[in-house]
Design a protein around this ligand. Structure first.
Ligand SMILES: [Zn+2]
Length: 116
């Protein structure tokens, strides 16, 4: 009898456990940066426009801008922003509304790196 080789299992991604917080473009979240919104467009520190569901802030010495992280329950997010309090493995998730950011609050999440 011919044996069909089992397909190689997908390698288990290397999950990183981290704390996630949330922010929006308001003055409470961004302080003086909130005043710099030409035409109401929210630009991140990388120059990319902030988009809810995509934009996160991270420590650029670990996750440089453009790094794609798959965050459990959130999906693929792109490092586009940074912040003084965002150090180490911590990530900060962008929301369009301050209420949504508050609702997200502070959570333990896990993610893995999709690209470098
Ligand atoms: Zn806010």
């Amino acid at each position: 009898m011919e044996t069909v080789p089992e397909p190689d299992p997908e390698p288990e991604p290397e999950w990183i456990e981290a704390v996630a917080t949330a922010y929006c473009s308001c003055e409470i979240c961004c302080e003086e940066w909130a005043l710099n919104r030409p035409d109401g467009i929210v630009y991140t520190a990388s120059g990319a426009e902030a988009v809810q569901g995509v934009t996160i802030a991270a420590d650029w010495s670990i996750y440089p801008p453009g790094t794609v992280l798959f965050v459990e329950d959130l999906g693929e997010m792109v490092v586009q922003d940074r912040g003084g309090a965002i150090q180490g493995q911590k990530i900060d998730v962008y929301f369009e509304s301050h209420d949504d950011a508050l609702q997200f609050g502070r959570q333990n999440v896990r993610f893995y790196i999709v690209n470098d």
